[in-house]
Design a protein around this ligand. Structure first.
Ligand SMILES: *Cc1c(COP(=O)(O)O)cnc(C)c1O
Length: 220
């Protein structure tokens, strides 16, 4: 991880202008994947505490180095064998898409005597590359006896990623389908919207947005 200092104040400016422009009930996760520690520190000094990472090892290194009141959100595709590395500190795992992953999270959370909050990832896009579960599979997990027995996992909401397209009506439609499903549950968190589509996601009812490039600048 690059730890060179930065001198401009653009991250602070981006965060404060976002804070002014998004409704106060919408949670902003600053997606810091690939970005150097100094940039996270700048966001931290601007008062930001919720960061999103998509590689477990990178998140662990940053967690070790940075203040311990940061909430770490894991937003990547989760491999079961990596759960153990973050079980001590992760605050929300966004991309859970199987009971067997939940089983592993339960096992690792128990070792740390924690309850780990998770979101089930829904497949809302037609794109083949997007992970996630059909709504029917989410239903099955939510109502499963096995989940009820898990004392160290709490499913608090749903996460979705819309198609990568300029067709804003298509994106809105995909977010709306997730919101409609979400409304039929008693879950609290709806994580949808990235830098390119968060305005639409908020309009369609997101309670949490995950922004990387609009805070930290483009990634390589
Ligand atoms: C990288 C990433 C984001 C942030 O993307 P930006 O376009 O930089 O805002 C949000 N969610 C997930 C799951 C990501 O992997």
């Amino acid at each position: 991880i690059d730890q060179s200092p930065r001198l401009d104040m653009s991250i602070q400016k981006n965060i404060s202008s976002l804070a002014q422009n998004i409704p106060s009930k919408v949670h902003l996760i600053a997606v810091s994947k690939t970005k150097p520690i100094a940039m996270l520190q700048e966001a931290y000094e601007a008062g930001h505490r919720a960061f999103g990472e998509n590689k477990v090892q990178e998140m662990v290194s940053k967690w070790e180095y940075l203040p311990k009141d940061i909430q770490w959100h894991f937003i990547g595709h989760l491999q079961k064998n990596k759960v153990k590395y973050m079980a001590a500190f992760v605050s929300l795992i966004h991309g859970v898409d199987s009971l067997s992953t939940l089983r592993e999270i339960e096992k690792q959370a128990k070792k740390h005597q924690r309850v780990i909050s998770c979101l089930l990832q829904a497949k809302i896009s037609e794109e083949a590359t997007k992970f996630g579960l059909p709504m029917i599979e989410i239903q099955k997990i939510l109502f499963s006896e096995e989940l009820k027995k898990m004392e160290h996992v709490k499913i608090v909401g749903l996460m979705g990623m819309a198609s990568f397209t300029d067709d804003t009506e298509q994106v809105a439609k995909e977010f709306r389908s997730l919101k409609d499903f979400f409304n039929q549950t008693d879950l609290a968190v709806l994580s949808m919207g990235m830098s390119g589509d968060y305005h639409i996601a908020i309009q369609e009812g997101a309670t949490m947005i995950r922004l990387g490039s609009s805070i930290f600048g483009a990634r390589n």
